[in-house]
Design a protein around this ligand. Structure first.
Ligand code: AMP
Length: 212
């Protein structure tokens, strides 16, 4: 199954992409995580992406399109994939079309802006890519990653002023992409729940309906 997951920042895209990946045995690609890794490694990609990410804007289309193209061309994606955080602009959606990639469904996790702002303040992440929430998905040991044992931290772009900007970017540039897929009949909408496992169950059922 070739899937795209969309939703506002903090809606739970990454968590759901990981859950689907584990359940279906297909890889998940998070463009945000790739960019954060590059930033941490201090590569040219990271340095270019830094200013855009810290300002809550989008990294230029040609950069992320290049990342995704390389990934989709790899053998890893032969059985299917989950794209988490791509496409995020009309130009990216058009580029995906031009690559001739078949998309089976576009899952949108809907969460109101008000709840997003509340949620973001509780998010804690790990260098390994794992993501937690103080109230909704706490780690077993306070401040420590369940998966790798490293210390959790607050993502720099989760500061309230950046979150507001990221939401603005989402409404202006990414929501039109959701409409684009809706018009094609590919959109599947799920209401993001307070509890992660409840959203996971809604997503599971929605995808089972598609597959069935
Ligand atoms: P995310 O982890 O998906 O919330 O992404 C974090 C940040 O990385 C975003 O706020 C953007 O600055 C950048 N980013 C991630 N994916 C994309 C994309 N498809 N296009 C442009 N910028 C992106």
């Amino acid at each position: 199954m070739n899937l795209i997951i969309m939703g506002a920042p903090g809606a739970g895209k990454g968590t759901q992409a990981e859950a689907i990946s584990a359940r279906e045995g297909i890889p998940a690609l998070s463009t945000g995580q790739i960019l954060r890794n590059a930033l941490k490694a201090g590569t040219e990609l990271g340095l270019t992406a830094k200013t855009y990410m810290e300002a809550g804007g989008l990294v230029p289309d040609e950069i992320v399109i290049g990342i995704v193209k390389e990934y989709l061309d790899s053998d890893e994606c032969a059985k299917g994939f989950v794209l988490d955080g791509f496409p995020r602009s009309a130009a990216q959606a058009e580029a995906l079309d031009r690559l001739g990639v078949r998309i089976d469904a576009v899952l949108s996790i809907n969460v109101s802006d008000e709840r997003i702002v509340r949620r973001m303040s509780g998010r804690r992440v790990c260098e390994c890519g794992a993501s937690y929430h103080l109230d909704y998905l706490p780690p077993a040991v306070d401040g420590i990653c369940d998966k790798c044992g490293r210390k959790l931290y607050i993502r720099p772009d989760d500061r309230p002023e950046t979150v507001m900007k990221r939401l603005e970017t989402y409404h202006e540039q990414t929501e039109p992409v959701i409409d684009f897929y809706r018009r094609r009949g590919l959109l599947v909408e799920v209401e993001g729940q307070e509890k992660v496992e409840d959203t996971t169950e809604l997503v599971r059922r929605a995808l089972a309906d598609i597959a069935g």
